[in-house]
Design a protein around this ligand. Structure first.
Ligand code: FES
Ligand code: FES
Length: 160
């Protein structure tokens, strides 16, 4: 199997790796870079668990090959806050009980990160539409919508 050298910046860190052309971005992130926050559910673009941000747009990392992000900037859930230093969105998820098992959460957070950048004044309709491509088997979605609404309000009201 032939391989290809790629350069990609993930969460601000530049990586150079040699990969097989068939390697999925999700597997590259998880297995070659150890960034296991990106989850893999359906592996065919339906559930959204694997969502990351590539060059400013949310993308399914199970539908991209690692070679396709050669030269790109990728953001994963690890780019957000960490335990003890949650960012506004993560805090809102915590406060509004927007997760149970947590499997869908990394994808939800990255989808909403992209949504909030593009629609800082997102309405409930925007939020529901924005989340419509991410599946959650636990929460019934209402708590997630509440959390995103709270994060949007908090970001909007934060001093510039
Ligand atoms: S694992 Fe990528 S969309 Fe489900
Ligand atoms: S919290 Fe379990 S799938 Fe969403």
């Amino acid at each position: 199997m032939s391989t290809r050298a790629i350069k990609v910046t993930v969460n601000g860190v530049a990586y150079e790796r040699t990969v097989e052309p068939r390697l999925l971005l999700a597997d590259f992130l998880r297995h070659m870079l150890g960034l296991t926050g990106t989850h893999v559910g359906c592996e065919h673009g339906v559930c959204g668990a694997c969502t990351v941000v590539v060059d400013g747009d949310s993308a399914r990392s199970c539908l991209l090959f690692a070679v396709q992000v050669d030269g790109a900037q990728v953001e994963t859930v690890e780019s957000l806050g960490a335990i003890g230093h949650l960012n506004t969105l993560q805090e809102a998820f915590h406060e509004h009980h927007a997760l149970q098992c947590g499997f869908c959460t990394p994808g939800m957070l990255m989808t909403v990160t992209d949504l909030m950048r593009k629609y800082p004044l997102a309405t409930d309709k925007d939020i529901r539409e924005g989340l419509s491509g991410n599946l959650c088997r636990c929460t019934g979605y209402e708590h997630i919508v509440r959390a995103v609404r709270a994060a949007v309000s908090r970001a909007r009201d934060a001093p510039a």
